[in-house]
Design a protein around this ligand. Structure first.
Ligand code: UDX
Length: 446
């Protein structure tokens, strides 16, 4: 018989994991301490934007395959496999905050009365699983209760597809029984040929930190190249495209621009760096610190570029900020480079009006001091500069001629370097982007 599954924590990872397991035929119980969230999910509503997830949750709540609760007692009685998808946000010192995760184990452990498997999915410093396993043994009365680590690699915006068909599975286990249980949970993905790396829990923890840190490093590398391009008048877009054709490098996560943000890459980079410091690995800590530095500098470089386009002074200038989410197809504004850049422009005295196709409400809540508009036209009305901050598909379909009628200055700064310059230039816009020569430099060349 299929194992019954609980998912502790119903954020992006937990809700997606719960819904996709229900889709694969399991009976799933999601647990969260947030009563409002549990009420929304129990009514089939997902309280954040993630394409395709709403439909999946609604469908499986309706069939009864997917349920939600706030009760650890109910979860303990229900589950054969308990996935821990509790957030591990960044603490003030840059380390991962583990209290919610430890708290979840401490709540669940004493209630377990039969052999079950706990599986950590949260991104954690190496050694966390070993500490939690000790705590689990201390708190549970049952000798058959075990802990494994199975990091999650899904991306926001494509979470459902990533979860149904991941690039790989990583099982950090301490026994053949744990491997067998995980093979059962992921039987559909394994049958479809998804590779599984079976290893110990510490290595599994490190895989996740290394993966996110590597992606962050790749993005900062191309943004470092972008800085060089600005110094020498070269074009980072062409450099990135040419690099991407080399299969050893690959074009993914090599898009230059505003840098990385969101709930994962920045905090995982800092958590890994803090661990390197703890282990006395100073060169590794330096490397990761520089990745962070270059990433944050991209936001400042954008402000510098917008200021230059405003004649060296931002005070009183009207800026239309297109995009607030940290990436398209999401309403997540956690550590969003887009919103951070908008705030930095505001701090220098610009009058910034933000638009986002989905993150309007979250951006309003996070940054009430900025102006917010419901339409692109309202955001752009009388703007001196339009800044493209999040590469939503909608922004690629804008009509530059129509927007030219409502702005005060036809200046577009494309911080994501994804807009097709031709239609904007034809409509009389001046285009600028980080790491790309400006019109003056290009004219000088011809
Ligand atoms: C990331 C990892 O990709 C995922 O595997 C892990 O499980 C969670 O963290 P996510 O945070 O959803 O996923 O976003 P991702 O697509 O990695 O983008 C992160 C940030 O980097 C975004 O702000 C994005 O705009 C930026 N980015 C991404 C770039 O600046 N350039 C790129 O080439 C790619």
């Amino acid at each position: 018989m299929s194992p019954r599954i609980t998912v502790v924590g119903t954020g992006y990872v937990g809700t997606t994991h719960a819904a996709t397991l229900a889709e694969l035929g399991f009976r799933v119980l999601g647990l969260d301490i947030d009563e409002d969230r549990v009420a929304a999910l129990s009514a089939g509503r997902v309280p954040f934007v993630e394409p395709g997830l709403d439909e999946l949750v609604a469908r499986h709540v309706a069939t009864g395959a997917l349920r939600f609760t706030t009760s650890y007692r109910e979860a303990a009685a229900f589950g054969d496999v308990h996935f821990l998808c509790v957030p591990t946000p960044e603490a003030a010192d840059g380390r991962a905050e583990l209290k919610p995760l430890v708290g979840a184990v401490e709540e669940l452990a004493p209630l377990l009365t039969r052999p079950v498997l706990l599986v950590g999915k949260s991104t954690v410093p190496v050694g966390t699983a070993a500490d939690l396993a000790k705590r689990l043994t201390d708190l549970t009365g049952h000798p058959g209760v075990e802990l494994a680590w199975n990091p999650e690699f899904l991306r926001e915006g494509t979470a459902v597809a990533d979860s149904l068909r991941p690039d790989r599975l990583v099982f950090g286990v301490s026994s053949p029984a744990a491997t067998a249980a995980l093979r059962e949970v992921y039987r559909v993905q394994l049958a479809a040929g998804v590779p599984a790396v079976v290893t110990d829990p510490a290595t599994a923890e490190l895989v996740k930190l290394s993966a996110n840190t590597f992606l962050a490093t790749k993005i900062s590398f191309i943004n470092a190249v972008s800085e060089v391009c600005e110094a020498v008048g070269a074009d980072v877009g062409a450099v990135a495209a040419a690099l991407g054709h080399d299969p050893r490098i690959g074009g993914a996560h090599l898009r230059p621009g505003l840098g990385f943000g969101g709930g994962c890459l920045p905090k995982d980079l800092r958590s890994f760096r803090a661990q390197a410091v703890d282990f006395g690995l100073t060169d590794t800590a330096t490397l990761l610190g520089v990745v962070d530095l270059i990433n944050n500098r991209a936001r400042q470089r954008l402000v510098d570029l917008v200021r230059a386009e405003c004649g060296g002074e931002l005070r009183g200038r009207r800026v239309a900020a297109l995009g607030a989410a940290f990436k398209p197809d999401s309403d997540d504004v956690r550590d969003s480079p887009a919103l951070a850049a908008a705030v930095a422009l505001h701090r220098e005295g610009a009058v910034v009006t933000v638009h986002d196709p989905a993150a309007g409400p979250t951006a309003r809540r996070a940054e009430p001091r900025l102006r917010h508009a419901d339409t692109v036209v309202d955001a752009c009305r009388d703007a001196d500069v339009v800044v493209h901050l999040t590469e939503w598909r909608d922004y690629g379909e804008l009509d530059p001629a129509a927007l030219a009628e409502v702005v005060r200055g036809r200046v577009l700064v494309d911080a994501r370097t994804t807009l097709d310059p031709a239609p904007w230039q034809e409509a009389g816009w001046r285009l600028r982007a980080l790491g790309r020569p400006g019109p003056e430099q290009r004219e000088g060349e011809s």
